[in-house]
Ligand binder design. Sequence first.
Ligand SMILES: [Zn+2]
Length: 398
Amino acid sequence: MRFTPTFVLASLAAFTACAPATTTTVATAPQPVVAAIDSVSIRTLVGQLDLEQYKATIKGLTQFGDRRQGTARNRAAVDWIEAQLKSYGCTNTERITYNYQVDTTRRASTVRGRLPTSAPGGAKLRGNLAPIGVNGDSLAQPDPKIRALDTEQTVSGERQEVYCTKIGSTHPDEMYIVGGHMDGIGWGEAANDDGSGTALVMELARVFSSPDVVTDRSIRFILWNNEESGLNGSRAYVAQRQSLQGKEGEPKWLGMIQHDMMMFDHGMPRPDHTMSPEQRPEADVNIEFQVNSKMAAESQKLAWFFQNANEKFATDYPASVGQHMTNTDSDPFKDIVPSISLRENERGTQIGAGWDPQWHQPTDLYATYNDKDFRLGLNAAQTTLSAVAELVGARLGK
Ligand SMILES: [Zn+2]
């Protein structure tokens, strides 16, 4: 079993006992003593996250409509995100450039879709189902302003995605990658999918970029493009940069943490396919790894590490761990480094069963959500911020 950094080995070893035993390759040698975590610093950093600020960042993203890849509104959103990152003090922004050829055989259905018959990622559907699909009908968007905003359709050609990096003080050449996808589809505002994940990554970039925050290791904040077309932006990153690790500009990857659809957990659909209008009290942050991947054991440890950080530092909603990570930008990394995704629901068993009626629909609007929904996203941000802060050795002061 290959662990990447010694630090992670030490940090994660404490959590192997509570993890379900899907693998039995846990090291049996005595583990190094984990350095005392600076909980005061981490709690202070978590306190820098703010519900109104998180909402404002999501709202800012929705000015670009659904931000569909290959359009002017998508490029404008990349520019806006980059300007925001710089304004937060994450000034070393860079872009990945790649080419994407539109697959004209992939056409959005013009209706909400059909009841699902199977779940992706190795998951199993249970209980009540609701229809899923991608809206491709402009007239399904009743607001003429949003309809006009989303009218330009995608064309093949050059694409870009932006990232910035918090440089570690003692191990700048090693980093965790924290990502969300900034493109969307469906003739709405992509407020939840994935404005909520994009805003989470941006908020973490803001907190970690404060000049009084020091980290031992580096963190790269990246807003993927072309997720909805098939993870093309994250695949381009892996294709271009995997072999550059350890060389200038590309620290060694220690782990990849993806965020997608962070806000809506209203429970299982009712038997008539309708949904509860309120966030369920049992709402949780779903942390998934992929059991059928080369890095399954390490990824599982990382998932439980995040679950534990949630217990310690998240204010309102708990986190759950699942083993069927799929259809997300951490997928291209899953055989290379420990990789997890955070979501409002499990991708296979829950989103795949129709638990989010706004998914790829004209109703994925900022105005659709209330503070209980936004707060689930904020709790996911608290979870990732505290976990990553521990992993990179974050503290206040010089
Ligand atoms: Zn998404």
